[in-house]
Structure formats: C-alpha cells, structure tokens
Design a protein around this ligand. Structure first.
Ligand code: UD1
Length: 331
C-alpha cells in the first residue's frame, strides 16, 4: 500500500543490482520516487519494475551525480554501487579501491556540495574479520582481511569523518549473508560467476551446475562446515527503509549490523535446499577456500531496538525456497 511520502525522490546508486533493485522496488511501493544511478556493470535495467528513472553512469562521476541531485532535488541517498567479489578483490585491489573507495568519496563529496542530508551506506559484516566474536557487535573493532572488506571499512571511516565536519547524516548498514529473492519471483540474484552458497546451491538444484563443493569440513563449528547468518534480501531491503525513517525522525548517525543473529552451517543449508527441491544434491568435500572464516553471525540487538526493524522472513527454508523459485525462472 502506498503511504504519503510526498513522492520524495531518493537517489539509489546500484539500483539495478541484486540488493539495490529490491530496495528500489520497496521504495516505490512505499510511495517514494527512487532515481537510480547505475553503470550496468552488474545490474539489469529490467530490474526496475516500476519505471523508475535510470541514469546510466558511474556514481563517481561528479558532474553526472550533481546534475541528477539538482534535477530531482534529492535530500537522501542510498549507496549500493560497488564491486563485491572477495577473490577478485585480492587479484585486482586497484579496481576495488577505485570503485568502492574513490567513487564513494566522489559521491559523498558531491552529495555534501549539493545539500544532501541523509546518506545510507551499504557495508559488510565481513569488516569484523577472522577473529571476530560470534555474534559480532557494532562495538567490536573491525579488522578486515581482504581488499573488498577493507574498501568498505575505509569508506565507513571516510563517511564518519566527513559527516562530523559537514553535518551529513548517515546510517551504515553492515550486511551479513544476503540471500533469497522476491517472494513473488519478480527479482532475485543474477550473476554469471556466482560465488555465494545459496545461489550456487540453487544452480546445482536446477541442474545448471554439476556439483556443490563444501569448502572445508574441519572448522571449529557444530558440524565442521562454515556457519553464516543468512538474511533474506527482502528483510535487508526493509532495513534501508527503516534507516531512512530513522534519519527522517532525527536519529543520530549510526552503524547497524543486518542479520538475524543466528547461524546455519553449510550442511544445514544443503539440507534446506534438498528439502525445497525434493531431491538430494551432488556434493563433494573440497579444501577450505582461502580467506574463509569459520563463523560469522550478527549481534542484531541494535537494529531491532533503534531502527524498529521487524524481520519477516527469518526462516532458512523460506530463503532457500525463494532462491530456488527465482533460479528456476531464469533461463
Ligand atoms: C561472502 C564474502 C563476504 C561478503 C558476503 C556477503 C567471501 C570470502 N566473502 O561471504 O565478504 O560480505 O559474501 O556478500 O567471498 N561455501 C561452500 N561452497 C560454495 C560456496 C560457499 O561451502 O560453493 C561456504 C563458504 O565456505 C562459507 C559459506 O558457504 O562457509 C558461505 O559462503 P558465501 O556464500 O560465499 O559467503 P561468505 O564467504 O560468507
């Protein structure tokens, strides 16, 4: 149902991507008018389901962004555009510092120069690094271990410094393991070289990939396989709208973990996938993937209490079911 948000324009960078498109849709459904800036390197214009305006280009293009901010009189920005593949970031760190740090700096500066008041930034639970407590809380000191995670952490720190000196108001959302798809099958994850477990599992379940490799079964976890806090993309999207309401209501700039506060192992995810597709999956035990940590779980008390975020899909079976339905709908 549409609420009265006076048709406010919200700039969404990376709005044609997996998470950005879910947020864009929720913004439109809530009565906002999202305007998307996306260079389409990993996004799809058809993911804009409500004809939201698309400005094709880089979020680091100062002139393009400035024009867009002025044209639509934008006061609030959600920044999703980024490179997000960890192994690639190790092989090509310059790309990650350019796309994630330099482009973000350009964007933030341009926002400040053009009167933007609210900035919502997509960060990652992987900033906590290898030795993080389980669950990890926002008060734990980040220690990112790869260029991708470091690029997000550096951007967080830039944003805090710039906000302090300019009055820009922000929320930083640290995503844990995002998965699933739109419950009605309208949107989901689309990428040629998937690396994420549930996406890969859905590909195996639908016969698009021969085998699901279990990267390590000798971790210090409940069954030896890696444990993660999987969050449904729709709930994550809703956290962004909650963050916007929080800033609108005068909430102080702050950082929030986005997860459910519980972890599932790789074996548990496989079992859920098998249940959802109705047959067993071909799996094999493989060596640990370089850089993988044993467990990553969010302490989510802060987002629950301060943002009033109410998860609706905290259920691994539902996450997997939606991911599978989406995978089946792709060619
Ligand atoms: C990845 C990123 C992380 C990012 C997060 C959310 C890496 C190393 N980390 O987290 O920075 O914030 O996505 O986007 O890429 N697994 C298998 N077989 C597979 C794939 C994965 O066993 O084919 C296991 C992994 O070892 C891990 C778990 O499944 O234990 C989840 O892996 P994945 O979905 O790739 O996410 P993360 O590595 O946790």
């Amino acid at each position: 149902m549409k609420n009265d948000h006076n048709g406010r324009h919200i700039l969404v960078t990376g709005g044609c991507g997996y998470i950005g498109s879910h947020v864009t849709r929720q913004l439109s459904e809530a009565g906002f008018k999202p305007v998307v800036v996306d260079n389409l390197s990993a996004g799809f214009p058809e993911f804009l389901l409500n004809g939201e305006p698309l400005v094709k280009g880089s979020c680091g293009d100062v002139e393009l962004v400035a024009q867009t901010l002025r044209k639509y009189q934008i006061e609030s920005v959600m920044h999703f555009a980024a490179s997000v593949v960890v192994p690639e970031s190790v092989a090509e760190p310059v790309k990650y510092y350019q796309n994630n740090v330099v482009n973000s700096l350009n964007l933030i500066q341009t926002c400040v120069a053009n009167g933007v008041r609210n900035f919502i930034f997509s960060s990652t639970g992987s900033v906590y690094g290898e030795d993080a407590p389980v669950p990890a809380s926002e008060t734990d000191r980040p220690a990112p271990t790869n260029p991708y995670s470091r690029s997000k952490w550096i951007t967080e720190e830039m944003l805090r410094d710039i906000a302090l000196s300019t009055g820009l108001r922000y929320t930083i959302l640290r995503y844990f393991n995002v998965a699933g798809a739109h419950p009605g099958g309208k949107l989901g994850q689309k990428s040629k070289d998937a690396t994420h477990l549930i996406k890969i599992g859905a590909e195996v379940a639908t016969g698009k990939r021969a085998v699901l490799k279990i990267f390590g079964n000798d971790f210090d976890t409940k069954d030896g396989t890696g444990v993660r806090d999987y969050i449904h993309v729709e709930d994550l999207a809703a956290a962004h709208l909650a963050a916007l309401s929080y800033l609108d209501a005068g909430g102080n700039p702050d950082t929030f973990n986005c997860g459910y506060g519980r972890g599932f192992s790789v074996l548990e995810v496989i079992k859920a996938l098998e249940q959802a597709c109705g047959h067993s999956l071909p799996v094999e035990i493989a060596p640990r993937r370089p850089g993988d940590i044993s467990a990553s779980v969010a302490d989510n008390q802060k987002i629950l209490t301060k943002l009033g975020w109410k998860p609706r899909h905290d259920n691994l079976d539902v996450i997997v079911k939606h991911a599978l339905a989406w995978e089946k709908s792709l060619d």
